[in-house]
Design a protein around this ligand. Structure first.
Ligand code: AMP
Length: 374
């Protein structure tokens, strides 16, 4: 399934000037950092989220506490904003349709639909001639067996929707394990993927403006722990060819989607130097947090610029950077980071430091070309 590109001719680029209001669906740390970046440009944010202690509320001009299926609340919210965006991709389609009927939603509903479901997403990526892990859809015991027979061992089974940070995933080594894992995942629609014995995990954050201009940040390298991003190294070391290839992949994707806003493409680099797309996030991304401190225009400001019809900012990196997430209790140890030179501390204002929860991050800056090895 490849959504039709939105014609620029049918989309007049109404600029949202300082004083305008961006509506953000979702009130986590990404909404908070979007709101902080918008404030710097004189743009207000109205956050819509169900949780009364959403961290983005603390830094936004307005907020609405309501569920994503509350049509009356969504309508009232849309009336107060100039454009709607989101900080997470699992928004119900009905909510997106309702909001789209009242205000521009950027990135558009078609992009969201293409990237919300892993099977649809990987089919779309393959359709563009871009490599992914081999995959097959699973929605029954028979299809779990067939999928395993065609993909082989080891494989990873993931729920098609609503999975993040490795939640809703199992590694399997036989058809019986694939069936058991599918049952264990609540018999939800799933994808079975071949396990990629990658050399590195990389990602690329890019942005496309309403006029179709696309700008890419540097390709970065990511280290995960228990499926959760732990550290991002900017830039990724490697050949210019790799960066060009990643830029090209990202450009193909945003063009095909008629996309507006920031997009993140997660990639596996194989041991023989090929790039496979693992996942595309239609939003600002954890692996782009380093841009706040190491670039003149961060991914958050870039997203606000893009969806507001502003010219995109220059994504050039003025420093090398290593970004480390502060998970759970680690954020309680903030004081040494606050005192360390060249170190930028970000705390998200979440009430409870539950184990593994992203509570903040810290970015250490280095002169260009001097970041430590991974
Ligand atoms: P995801 O939720 O798809 O982003 O997966 C989370 C993490 O699991 C990735 O960052 C990888 O470290 C690992 N992973 C996911 N899919 C695969 C795969 N097909 N082969 C190897 N590792 C994978």
């Amino acid at each position: 399934m490849c959504p039709k590109p939105q014609s620029m001719k049918t989309m007049p680029a109404k600029v949202i000037p300082p004083g305008g209001t961006v509506g953000i669906i979702g009130g986590g740390q990404l909404g908070r950092m979007l709101s902080l970046a918008a404030a710097r440009l004189g743009i207000k944010c109205h956050i819509f989220a169900p949780e009364s202690d959403s961290p983005a509320f603390q830094v936004a001009a307005a907020h609405t506490i309501a569920g994503y299926s509350d049509a009356a609340a969504l309508k009232a919210f849309a009336q107060t904003v100039d454009v709607v965006t989101y900080e997470f991709e699992n928004i119900p389609a009905d909510a997106v349709a309702l909001l789209s009927s009242m205000r521009p939603v950027r990135p558009n509903a078609e992009a969201l639909a293409a990237l919300q479901d892993r099977v649809v997403e990987k089919t779309f990526i393959r359709g563009l001639g871009i490599e992914t892990a081999p995959f097959a859809a699973v929605d029954s015991e028979a299809s779990a067996r067939n999928a395993f027979a065609s993909i082989g061992s080891p494989a990873i089974i993931k729920t098609s929707r609503l999975g993040y940070d490795g939640k809703g995933q199992r590694r399997v080594h036989s058809a019986d394990e694939a069936v058991a894992a599918w049952r264990d995942l609540g018999r939800a629609p799933c994808i079975l993927e071949g396990f990629v014995d990658f050399a590195r995990e990389l990602s690329l954050v890019a942005a496309r403006g309403v006029d179709g201009t696309t700008r890419c940040y540097d390709l970065v390298e990511n280290a995960h722990e228990h499926h959760v991003l732990r550290t991002t190294f900017a830039p990724a070391h490697g050949s210019p060819r790799l960066t060009e290839e990643a830029d090209e992949i990202s450009r193909k994707i945003v063009e095909a989607l008629g996309y507006t806003g920031v997009i993140a493409t997660e990639l596996f680099e194989t041991r023989d130097g090929r790039l496979l797309v693992n996942e595309i996030a239609p939003r600002v991304h954890n692996s782009g947090h380093w841009t706040i401190d190491a670039c003149a225009v961060s991914q958050f400001e870039q997203h606000i610029r893009a969806i507001s019809g502003w010219p995109l900012g220059d994504p050039v990196r003025h420093s090398d950077a290593v970004m480390r997430n502060l998970l759970g209790d680690e954020a309680l140890g903030w004081a040494p980071y606050a005192a360390a030179p060249g170190t930028c501390l970000h705390i998200y204002g979440k009430p409870e430091p539950r184990a593994g929860r992203k509570m903040g991050h810290v970015t250490k800056l280095f002169p260009l070309g001097t970041r430590p090895k991974t």
